[in-house]
Ligand binder design. Structure first.
Ligand code: NAP
Length: 366
């Protein structure tokens, strides 16, 4: 089912009535990215910042230990941090909350009529909650109507996937469409910003690789792409049928998750690598058609150089919103192998959620 478009996405310059937005978990790693990316946003205006009791009552400038390499935006610095559960000015609520509190808090705001666009894992696999990548499964927004009925409210939750899952799902989408995938193995090399701040101690990660990431990271990467690349039949989600095996590693990189992927194709189809490269380069979806403000011109970039993508060189491509793919070649065990890179706190988290909200606004769902 494809949702219809009641309004056209207006170009940047035409919006004078910016939509008030709140950020839950505003002081954290993902929260700070939200604040950075919302500065001067053409459609959204930051009105509320929410964090724990440790931060509540302080100005954002005092509460947040600002760690990004741009200056703390002036519009955020003087806002007073609210505690979780507080009344908000905004109805559109972005969440970068710690998963220990996100589940209940996001439900609470959605039941009170807010549109919650979340990064947290808690509601991703719920039967009526879209796990959205706008280029891949915009039609999954159809589930919102069912969710609103369940809640008895105009509020809802829409989620974005795990930071590695987003890169993986985007990188394999053209292959799934062209050939069909039956099995996939992925080994991730994940940046330390994915663990929040202060995250992994420097003495543990410098000169080291840690072959474990807590919080069910491997299970998320093994299950979420099947929901994303599956369908919405008007009443329920149907999973894609391929199976995934994931092994995750934390590496001493600040931002950017790199993944080595091998996959088996359906029906022993004959591989045409040149055609596949063109599919990556021309891949596009609703955000590109609608010209959404945060949409990359090209969601996937194919890099022909033998030693790319690399986190430091490629993570900021298209303001961190596109996924880079390279090293595409046959696999002697399965059929095909390649490397993919995603900026974990931009396309893998805050940027993804902002794009989700832009899509919802363009479809008249806010
Ligand atoms: P983080 O740096 O630890 O930030 C957590 C945020 O949650 C802080 O703002 C913190 O506020 C708030 N918080 C913690 N306990 C709270 C409580 N009891 N009540 C209210 N607020 C509370 O974590 P993060 O890395 O930003 O991750 C945030 C969420 O996004 C997690 O669910 C994570 O799994 C998900 N995620 C992260 C990434 C990534 O790359 N980092 C990517 C995708 C998804 P205080 O500062 O006041 O403690």
């Amino acid at each position: 089912m494809t949702a219809t478009l009641p309004i056209e996405a207006a170009p940047r310059a035409q919006r004078t009535d910016r939509i008030p937005v709140a950020v839950l978990g505003a002081t954290g790693s993902v929260g700070q990215r939200f604040i950075q990316l919302l500065e001067g946003h053409p459609w959204f205006r930051l009105t509320d910042v929410v964090a724990s009791e440790r931060s509540a009552g302080k100005t954002y400038a005092d509460a947040a230990d600002w760690r990004l390499d741009t200056l703390l935006p002036r519009e955020a610095s003087a806002l007073v941090v609210k505690p979780l559960g507080a009344e908000l000015t905004a109805r559109l609520v972005f969440s970068g909350l710690d998963s220990s509190v996100a589940g209940e808090a996001e439900d609470d705001y959605a039941n009170r009529g807010c549109v919650v666009v979340s990064n947290s894992k808690n509601h991703r696999m719920d039967a009526d909650v879209p796990l959205l990548i706008p280029e891949l499964n915009a039609e999954h927004l159809g589930a919102i109507e069912r969710q609103q009925k369940r809640r008895g409210s105009k509020g809802c939750i829409v989620t974005n996937p795990n930071c590695s899952t987003i890169g993986l799902a985007m990188a394999i989408a053209p292959i799934e469409r062209l050939y069909g995938i039956t099995q996939l193995h992925v080994t991730t090399m994940q940046a330390i910003s994915g663990a929040g701040y202060p995250g992994v101690p420097s003495i543990a990660i410098l000169d080291n690789v840690i072959p474990y990431i807590g919080g069910g990271e491997e299970e998320k990467i093994e299950s979420e792409p099947r929901k994303i690349l599956g369908g919405w039949d008007g009443s329920r989600f149907t999973d894609a049928t391929f199976r995934i095996s994931a092994q995750v590693n934390r590496v001493g990189v600040i931002d950017g998750h790199l993944m080595s992927i091998s996959l088996k194709l359906r029906d022993d189809k004959v591989l045409d690598l040149d055609r596949l490269r063109r599919e990556f380069e021309t891949f596009a979806g609703e955000p590109q058609k609608l010209g959404l403000p945060s949409a990359p011109k090209q969601p996937l970039h194919f890099l022909a150089e033998i030693d790319r993508p690399q986190p430091r060189l490629d993570r900021d491509r298209e303001r961190g919103m596109s996924v880079s793919v390279g090293r595409l070649r046959p696999c002697p065990l399965l059929d095909l192998r390649m490397v993919a890179l995603v900026h974990n706190t931009i396309r893998g988290a805050a940027g993804a959620a902002i794009l989700n909200a832009e899509l919802m606004e363009a479809k008249g769902l806010l």
